[in-house]
Design a protein around this ligand. Structure first.
Ligand SMILES: [Zn+2]
Length: 273
């Protein structure tokens, strides 16, 4: 889907692309090549550790513990298999990584007051991003709980996840999967989200909320021909190089990270319509 926004090329996009591409290099190197697979120690040493201790892999996905990082490495370094079949769901031990039907209707979150003067902007962008998935199916409902904004962290058990500011050059925003433990279940947002060119904040957060719903990067599919991550996913729709879950810089066909019909179809395939 092309929109007029595609013509608004700006320097911000290059920054964004560089940040995301740079972040994914360390973990994807060796993933699709058995010739020079790094040792686990090399892999761990090259993996970015976030402010809260989480390991960040695949550009913007959090892994909680060293044990889980080793499992991730072993799956990466293991023998590859191919899938022929836009949207794919993360799998853990072969099972879909998704919320229960009742939880999917009550995905509560707060937006930290530590965003300061940007707080209202984050609330609006989260609402826009969540709205794209909610419009796809009545089985998904994000619920903003402003009363928790003053204590909005992973330690707040009144909400499912928190949305918090971070200062990093590693990514614009990062998220979690349904299987991520509560202590790491947050969306972290860097200030660069406000200067990301044709990538609108609402679309960037829709991408992050896609992970929160269980969706993987579309570009890990073999059709992308690059940016392979791993094979721990199940296809929900045919490959779509324009999916909101597909990094444009990984042979993507959309430069503006717009939500696609295939993304809506994938959400319905996983959660029902
Ligand atoms: Zn992502």
């Amino acid at each position: 889907m092309l929109s007029s926004r595609i013509h608004k090329i700006s320097a911000g996009v290059a920054c964004l692309v560089a940040a995301l591409a740079g972040a994914s290099v360390s973990t994807s190197a060796g993933a699709d090549s058995t010739a020079d697979v790094p040792t686990y120690q090399q892999f761990e040493a090259s993996t970015y550790v976030d402010v809260d201790g989480a390991y960040v892999v695949n550009g913007d996905e959090a892994i909680s513990t060293k044990g889980d990082l080793r499992k991730f490495y072993e799956l990466l370094a293991g023998p590859s298999k191919t899938h022929e079949d836009g949207l794919i769901v993360n799998t853990v031990n072969g099972q879909d990584d998704k919320w229960s039907a009742s939880q999917a209707l009550n995905l509560t979150y707060c937006v930290s007051t530590r965003f300061g003067t940007r707080h209202a902007d984050v609330v609006a962008a989260m609402n826009a991003g969540a709205g794209l998935w909610e419009a796809a199916t009545t089985r998904i409902n994000f619920v903003y709980v402003p009363s928790q904004d003053g204590s909005c962290s992973t330690r707040n058990n009144s909400i499912l996840f928190s949305v918090e500011p971070v200062a990093t050059s590693q990514y614009i925003a990062r998220a979690f999967f349904p299987s991520t433990p509560k202590r790491q279940r947050n969306v972290l947002i860097d200030d660069s989200i406000w200067s990301s060119g044709t990538w609108e904040p609402g679309d960037i957060l829709a991408h992050e909320l896609g992970h929160a719903l269980g969706f993987r990067h579309e570009h890990t599919r073999p059709e992308a021909g690059t940016c392979f991550e791993d094979n721990n996913w199940r296809p929900l729709t045919p490959y779509d190089s324009a999916s909101i879950m597909h990094y444009p810089q990984c042979n993507g066909s959309s430069s503006d990270l717009e939500f696609q019909a295939s993304d809506a179809a994938g959400a319905r395939a996983l959660y029902g319509s």
